[in-house]
Design a protein around this ligand. Structure first.
Ligand SMILES: [Zn+2]
Length: 60
């Protein structure tokens, strides 16, 4: 099922996210911090995850 990303509006499949470290990190943040898990596409999750890995050592 394709749904539009909450952030960029891009259609994506929430069941089929790439198994990328940055995407996984973004997913954890979506669940624990932003409460938008399942509504954000892999690209947005990855950029969020990448930023968190750089600037937020508390995440890990
Ligand atoms: Zn997006």
């Amino acid at each position: 099922m394709m749904i539009p990303c909450l952030h960029c509006g891009e259609k994506y499949d929430p069941e089929n996210l790439p198994n990328d470290a940055a995407v996984q990190a973004g997913r954890i943040l979506a669940e624990e911090r932003y409460n938008d898990a399942g509504k954000v596409c892999a690209n947005c999750l990855a950029s969020r995850g990448r930023l968190a890995m750089m600037y937020d050592p508390d995440c890990y």
